[in-house]
Design a protein around this ligand. Sequence first.
Ligand code: HEM
Ligand SMILES: *[C@@H]1O[C@H](CO)[C@@H](O)[C@H](O)[C@H]1NC(C)=O
Ligand SMILES: *[C@@H]1O[C@H](CO)[C@@H](O)[C@H](O)[C@H]1NC(C)=O
Length: 614
Amino acid sequence: MLIWCLLALAGTSYALPQGAPEKVCDSMLPVHSGILPQGSASPYSITPRRFQGAIMVTLTSLLDTPFEGFMLQGRTPDGRPLGAFENVGEFAHTINCAQAGDTATHNSPNPKNVLEFKWLPPRNYEGPVIFNGTIAQDYSTFWVGVESGQVNVRRSLVDDPAPSLPSSPFSSTPPTFERPNYHEAAMDFDPFYTGCTSTKLCFGSPDGCVRTKSCQAAVAISVAGDKVDFELKATQNAAWVGVGLSDDEKMGDDSVIECAKNGNQLGAYLSWTEGKPNYGATRLKNQLGIRLMNQSIIDDTIYCRVRRDVMTAVNGKVFDLGRNKYHLLIASGSRVSPQGVGYHELSFLASGSKQALADVSEVKAASKSLIRLHGAFMLAAWIGAVSVGTLLARYFRQTWVGSSICGKDVWFAWHRMLMLVTCALTVAGFVLIWVELKGWSAEKNPHAILGTITTVLCILQPIGAFFRPHPGAAKRPLFNWLHWLGGNVAHILAIVTIFFAVRLGKAELPDFVDWILVGYVAFHVAIHLILSVAGCISERTADGRVSSFPMKDLSTGRNAAYMDRNVDAPYGGFRKAMLSIYVIVVGLITIALILITVLAPIKETWKAFWNKNS
Ligand code: HEM
Ligand SMILES: *[C@@H]1O[C@H](CO)[C@@H](O)[C@H](O)[C@H]1NC(C)=O
Ligand SMILES: *[C@@H]1O[C@H](CO)[C@@H](O)[C@H](O)[C@H]1NC(C)=O
């Protein structure tokens, strides 16, 4: 009979078809009267995977031999049991070693191929966990100390990709199995961030990434006597990562330490930023006072440890890293040349204040409120106000006839108001971004040029409208046509500009904003189609004559018959209903986009919010 037995104390026999007893908590040894564990590599594996705030641990048979018994614990690297298993299912139960439910073991010796368990870390625990297990093929064949890769537990656990295992837990079908990538799991506990805010000064991009240990580019600085160590790291397949020591928040006249690819290796260099218009950094002829201590390129991540003298003179400027304070600029990019590095298109962040390098407290990034406000103003103007203003001017001239606001037709009063709001917001947004950038945009993105054209058109529209010829004047049709063209070109350009804003690094917008914008465009076009068709139908029911009306040459038949009369065109109720729907939907889209822009980067903000509240 194949039964996995454990003997814990001499003379006491545990016939253990029902699992391991608490006596073997530490050793995890099934003491089968002198039978030793297998010395070979285990044909079973333990694979942890982060999932919805917990860790799913999978016991798998790598070669189709099922296992009968097991005992499994989550542990700290120094071997103390940690956390607890939850709802282990019909094939297992938990026992209590150091704390309740921290050890899972089998219920019966029935053969099993795959088991999956949910494991929860102790409340507020942050740090590494390793799953350690004993797995028995049968009574006399078992493996002790089968370890999983190390997983780092964070308060905000990000899900790992689902493994290529059968997804239903407790299945007994032989799985198709790929060897787990231990290397990757082990890398996850990232020593780069160990000591941040206690022994070293850390700063990374995007803002707040040091806390979540998820920087795209980061520097960790420790001052030791007359040397300063800079650890630099960047993900996203960056070719270089650099830190600039600056007197302001901007690039230009800064001393840079680069960690840059040089063939299959990394090198450390001192370089100098020239600022506009030469973005990037140029290497110094004199590379004294800097030494590469260590480097690695693993997957998409580059890492350097660079040692720099406390005192260096660069381009006639003395950099005393022990005494002076600097703004830190962290940047990464993908273009390197023998003369230096290119633009930091992968990531860039500047510290908001000057920092003594020996001061290891948390570094705050420079405020981005001007950029956020620029985005919010433009969205309110071009997604919100303009859309409604255009709709009113096109389909509502023969609605609310008879009532007026300040002596003007209702549609006209609203149209003019919304368009003036648009222009005011656009000009304000334009000024804000110029104040922020203090010059022309450096990003290789058509956003700046398209945005400028949009702004100019937006200023011309009301000026043109102010000098418009009287209704009936010979030049009036020309004005009408130009005004219509200018307005529509500006609106279309603005939407295209906003699509390009999603690609701007500094905007930090998630890619799904594209889909919200596509949704907006589709809805906008749909409502225009519906109202146009409704206009044609109401036109056909009309019988009157056509006379002169301010914009009749534009209304191509639409309700022209009603323009002379003091009555609404037919289907006024329908038009008003469509308008209400339009205003509500476009309003919600505008609010959503503004929130995403103002709270950018929205995913990090969201995570931070949940961490604070859990
Ligand atoms: C139709 C709407 C928009 C217009 C007309 C517009 C206009 C402009 C212009 C003219 C510039 C260049 C300023 C300069 O070079 O000094 C600019 C830059 C910028 N815009 Fe917009 N913008 C619009 C929408 C947005 C939105 C929705 C965002 C989202 C946050 C945004 C984010 C930015 C950023 C981050 C920059 C700076 C790019 C850089 O660093 O080079 N813009 N915009
Ligand atoms: C796992 O168990 C084996 C055998 O008991 C032990 O040698 C090893 O140190 C354990 N590892 C951890 C992380 O507890
Ligand atoms: C360089 O890094 C490797 C791997 O991270 C480490 O084992 C080694 O001790 C480091 N060397 C120095 C001089 O720090």
